[in-house]
Design a protein around this ligand. Structure first.
Ligand code: GLU
Length: 460
């Protein structure tokens, strides 16, 4: 069997951590099994769906690197298909038109509640229940209802939650098409998952109660249901429903803050997935290790600081060239003209940055001469340090090789000649080169700045 999974977001808002995690798991499962991953935009709720949200979802999926083999499919482009299946079910007696008005339905509900019963449609328009001589009212646009079995139960072995059984008596005849003829989610999802040959439905556990409904429709269409894997909710670290209060929850916010896609995927995966004691892992490792059995059936807790830590760890591990490329969009405008420096700068700052944005904030002096805060130069350029700086500048000016090793050796020899310790020399050099006292090693900075620029900055 070919594994085929899908991510089926509704384009009613932006992707947030909860639904992106679902996408990560569905994607990793398909990739692990060399299967196919499909993107389907569930846009039949036209009041709430927008093109902008759909575009945002596609952009965010691309940014994260969750590539799909098919799609994006749009449900609104498949309406004819849904109509055909609806008509098939009606023709086979598995669904029927129901002419009960909203007012009648409300009245029934009130009566049932008053009698201490659970409100439930009573099946009055099931063809077998229509008394002889009763004809459909001309002024009511009917809905289409699915004939739910009256007895028995639906059972499935959920790949995350284990065996789930729901009694059919708890369900009424589901409305599968609205009065205007548009089909509803629970119906479209089944038609799509059948047509797209989905083998594993991996989704949030908000859909557990929809699953028996969907299984009924599979059975009515003579199809075997896929494997269902329902993922527990993501909660905040206090156990409450995840919200802004717990930190950024939108994917875009992470992209804009300079998170690496691999760091974010790592953090998202750890919201439910585990592999021994491994905390930090690459996307390739996630694919290699991913198994539905390794998903926790208890809700995961999101911790913003932990996410930042994952990002820091991924920044430390990314090859310099890639890190430089990832950093580039965050760099100031004047950095664009010096792309050859990006990798070296990123490599130098990788241990000092939590995000790419944070890293970029530390790069200003590589691309422009430093601006000095009032008093800064005065406190570091003193009658003692000025001759040392000049001595250093002269020693550097005769260097033939301008790399970190030769620069470091040159600085050492200046210090030993002058009989001084590193801070006495490095602090004033830092100030002149970078306009700040907190920088990586001056040898590394000068290696990136180049000879001409470094010597110019050291000229007092
Ligand atoms: N459009 C549904 C949602 O966003 C997807 C449900 C499913 O995966 O079946 O919740």
């Amino acid at each position: 069997m070919t594994v085929r999974t899908r991510f089926a977001p509704s384009p009613t808002g932006t992707l947030h951590l909860g639904n992106v995690r679902t996408a990560v798991f569905a994607w990793a499962y398909a990739r692990h099994h060399q299967g196919k991953f499909i993107l389907r935009v569930e846009d039949t709720d036209q009041d709430r769906s927008t093109d902008a949200a759909a575009e945002g979802i596609i952009r965010d999926m691309n940014w994260l690197g969750l590539d799909y083999d098919e799609g994006p499919y749009f449900q609104m482009q498949r309406l004819a298909r849904y109509q055909a299946v609806l008509q098939q079910l009606i023709a086979e007696g598995k669904a029927y038109y129901c002419y009960m008005s909203e007012v009648e339905l409300e009245k029934l509900r009130t009566e049932q509640k008053a009698a201490g019963q659970n409100p439930k449609y009573d099946g009055r328009w099931r063809p077998e229940n229509i008394p002889p001589g009763v004809t459909p009212p001309a002024n009511v646009k009917p809905v289409v209802r699915f004939k739910t079995p009256l007895t028995g139960s639906v059972v499935w072995e959920d790949a995350v939650k284990g065996r789930i059984e729901i009694q059919n008596s708890e369900m009424d005849d589901l409305v599968i098409a609205r009065p205007d003829g548009t089909p509803v989610y629970n119906f479209c999802v089944v038609v799509d998952d059948i047509d797209m040959a989905i083998s594993h439905v991996i989704r949030g556990d908000g859909h557990v109660m929809n699953t028996p409904r969907q299984i009924h429709i599979y059975e009515a269409l003579g199809k075997t249901p896929p494997v269902f894997a329902h993922l527990p909710t993501v909660l905040g670290n206090d156990g409450e429903k995840l919200s802004k209060r717990h930190g950024a929850t939108g994917l875009v916010e992470y992209a804009e803050a300079g998170y690496l896609p691999s760091g974010l995927i790592n953090g998202l995966a750890r919201l439910g997935f585990s592999h021994g004691n491994d905390e930090v892992f690459s996307v390739a490792q996630l694919i290699e290790w991913f198994a539905l059995e390794n998903l926790n059936s208890a809700p995961a807790r999101f911790d913003a600081q932990k996410f930042e830590w994952f990002n820091t760890e991924h920044i430390k591990r990314l090859p310099a060239q890639e890190l430089g490329q990832a950093l580039a969009p965050f760099l100031p405008e004047n950095a664009r003209t010096q792309p050859d420096k990006h990798a070296a700068i990123a490599d130098l700052l990788r241990d000092r940055a939590t995000t790419l944005k944070h890293m970029a904030e530390q790069t200003h002096y590589f691309f422009a001469r430093p601006k000095f805060k009032p008093g800064l130069k005065e406190s570091f350029l003193t009658p003692t340090t000025l001759p040392l700086i000049e001595q250093t500048r002269q020693a550097l000016s005769v260097l033939n090789t301008w790399d970190k090793t030769s620069l470091s050796a040159c600085l050492k020899s200046v210090m030993s000649d002058a009989g001084i310790k590193p801070p006495a020399l490095f602090m004033p050099l830092r100030v002149l080169l970078a306009g700040t006292t907190t920088t990586p090693g001056v040898d590394a900075i000068m290696a990136i700045l180049g000879k001409e620029e470094s010597l110019a900055r050291l000229k007092c």
